[in-house]
Write a protein that binds this ligand. Structure first.
Ligand SMILES: NC(=O)c1ccc[n+]([C@H]2O[C@H](COP(=O)([O-])OP(=O)(O)OC[C@H]3O[C@@H](n4cnc5c(N)ncnc54)[C@H](O)[C@@H]3O)[C@@H](O)[C@H]2O)c1
Length: 415
C-alpha cells in the first residue's frame, strides 16, 4: 500500500482502537502518568491547608464554588492523565517545539499523521485529535496570538478565544477534564501576567455557564514565573466562598481590560547573558529546522523566568516598580528557517534567535540552546516589531520532563 495511504489507515485504526479502550486498558500502553487524583483542586488545597493550620475545614464554605473545578499544576503537560490536554500549536498544526514539540514527541507519529488531515488552524481556533501514546485521551490544538511583547485588544481577544474554543470543543466531545499550558507566553511572547488574566477570566466565565459539563480545568504551568502568577491569582479569581461565581460578574474582566487599555504594557524583558546559541540542530523536533543566525544584538533587563538550571531571577512582570524602570529594548535578529523534512511549504517557521551581547563579567552559563520561533505570517511591520524577547523552556528533550507526583505503570515497564 502507498506509504501515505498506509499512514492514513494506521492513525485512523489506532484512534478507533484507543478511543474504545477503558482507562485500565490504556494504562497498559502508556508509561509515566500523573493521575487526576494526584492533582488536588483549589478547594481540596484550601481544605488541606485549613486542616494543617488546625482550622476547621467546615470554615471553607463550599457554596458549589468553582474552586472545586480548577487546579494549578507545575510540570510536564504530556504526563497528565486527563481527558484532554491543550497544545499551544502554530497555524500549520505540523508540530514544532516548546509544548507543541513535547506533545508531538510524547504522542508519537500518529498525531502528526492525523494533524496533517486537519488543514491547519486559525489563530484563536481549536481542533481536536486523539492523544495516541499520551495518557490524555485527546489533544486539543489551539493557536495563540503572536504578541511579542506588545498587547493589543485583538491579542487579548484571540487568546481568550483559544481558551473558549478549546473548552467548547471539549464539551462537544464530552471531555470533562482538561489541562491548559500557558498559551502564547513562550515563543509567541505574550507577557505572562496579562496572559494569566485572560486565561483565568475566560475559564471562569466558561465554567459559570457550563458548570455541569466540566469537572476540572488544570492550569499546567512549566516555568516558575507562571507558577507564582497563577498561585497568587487563582485565589482571586476562584475565591473559596465562591463569592462572585454567580452569572454576570464583571470584576475579573476589569483586569483583562487593564492589561490592554489601562496600564501601558512595558514588555517584560530580561538580561540574557548566556552563550551564543548553539546552532547545531537541537535534538527536539525542531531538528527539522535549520537556523541561520542573522542580525543584531539585544540588551534585555531583568525578568523572572526559571532558567533551565532552575535559577529564578526577580521579575518586572510581577514587580510593577521594576516595569517602570525597564528601558525600551529593540528588536533582535530574524532567522530564516528551512524545514529539512518534507513538511509543506506553509510549515516553514521563522526562528527568531536572541543574539546577545556577551557580557564577560556576568556571563551566565546555560546548558541548553534557546531559540525564539515565530510563524511566517508574522506582522513584519517594523513599527510593531517586537521590542521584547523572552526565554523559553529550552528546545530539548529533557525540558519536557518535570519532576512531580507520577504514577508509573509497572506492566508497561515489564512490557
Ligand atoms: N522550532 C519551532 O518550530 C518551535 C520552537 C519552539 C516553540 N514552538 C512552538 O511555539 C509556537 C507557539 O508559541 P507559544 O508561546 O504558544 O508556545 P510555547 O513556546 O510552547 O510556550 C507555551 C508555554 O508552554 C510551556 N511549556 C513548554 N513545554 C511544556 C510542557 N512539556 N508542559 C507544559 N508546558 C510547557 C512554556 O514554558 C510556555 O510557558 C508554535 O510554533 C509551537 O510549535 C515552535
Amino acid at each position: 500500500m502507498y506509504q501515505s495511504n498506509k499512514k492514513k489507515r494506521i492513525w485512523k485504526e489506532e484512534k478507533e482502537r484507543l478511543l474504545h479502550m477503558t482507562r485500565e486498558e490504556r494504562r497498559k500502553e502508556y508509561r509515566e502518568y500523573v493521575s487526576l487524583d494526584k492533582i488536588p483542586s483549589l478547594m481540596e488545597e484550601l481544605k488541606s491547608k485549613a486542616s494543617s493550620n488546625d482550622e476547621s475545614s467546615e470554615e471553607i464554605q463550599v457554596k458549589n464554588s468553582l474552586c472545586e473545578k480548577v487546579s494549578l499544576y507545575k510540570g510536564d503537560i504530556t504526563q497528565l492523565e486527563v481527558d484532554a490536554i491543550v497544545n499551544a500549536a502554530n497555524t500549520s498544526l505540523l508540530g514544532g517545539g516548546g509544548v507543541d514539540g513535547c506533545i508531538h514527541r510524547a504522542s508519537g507519529p500518529a498525531l502528526l499523521a492525523e494533524c496533517r488531515e486537519l488543514g491547519g488552524c486559525k489563530t484563536g481556533q481549536a481542533k481536536i485529535t486523539c492523544g495516541y501514546d499520551l495518557p490524555a485521551k485527546y489533544v486539543i490544538h489551539t493557536v495563540g496570538p503572536i504578541a511579542r511583547g506588545h498587547l493589543s485588544p485583538n491579542h487579548k481577544q484571540d487568546l481568550a478565544s483559544c481558551y473558549n474554543s478549546s473548552l467548547t470543543l471539549a464539551t462537544e466531545n464530552t471531555i470533562r477534564t482538561i489541562a491548559f499550558p500557558c498559551i502564547s507566553t513562550g515563543i509567541y511572547g505574550y507577557p505572562n501576567e496579562p496572559a494569566a488574566n485572560v486565561a483565568l477570566t475566560t475559564v471562569k466565565e466558561f465554567l459559570k455557564k457550563n458548570r455541569d459539563k466540566i469537572d476540572r480545568v488544570i492550569f499546567c504551568v512549566f516555568l516558575e514565573v507562571d507558577f507564582k502568577i497563577y498561585k497568587r491569582k487563582l485565589h482571586e479569581f476562584f475565591p473559596k466562598d465562591g463569592g462572585d461565581d454567580e452569572e454576570g460578574d464583571k470584576g475579573d474582566s476589569e483586569e483583562m481590560k487593564e492589561d490592554t487599555e489601562g496600564k501601558p504594557q512595558s514588555p517584560p524583558t530580561k538580561k540574557i547573558k548566556e552563550k551564543k546559541e548553539d546552532t547545531s540542530s537541537p535534538d527536539s523536533p525542531d531538528e527539522d529546522y535549520l537556523e541561520e543566525a542573522t542580525g543584531n544584538t539585544q540588551e534585555l533587563t531583568d525578568m523572572s523566568l526559571e532558567t533551565d538550571e532552575g535559577k529564578e531571577v526577580s521579575s518586572p512582570a510581577t514587580d510593577p516598580l521594576k516595569e517602570e524602570e525597564l528601558p525600551e529594548t529593540k528588536i533582535t535578529a530574524i532567522i530564516s528557517v528551512e524545514p529539512k523534512n518534507e513538511e509543506p511549504e506553509d510549515a516553514k517557521m521563522i526562528m527568531e534567535e536572541k543574539s546577545q551581547e556577551q557580557d564577560e563579567s556576568e556571563n551566565m552559563e546555560t546548558s541548553q540552546p534557546k531559540v525564539l520561533v515565530e510563524t511566517e505570517d508574522l506582522d513584519r511591520d517594523p513599527e510593531k516589531t517586537s521590542d521584547f524577547q523572552k526565554e523559553i523552556a529550552p528546545a530539548s528533550n529533557e525540558t519536557c520532563q518535570e519532576s512531580g507526583p507520577k504514577d508509573r505503570n509497572e506492566d508497561a515497564n515489564e512490557a
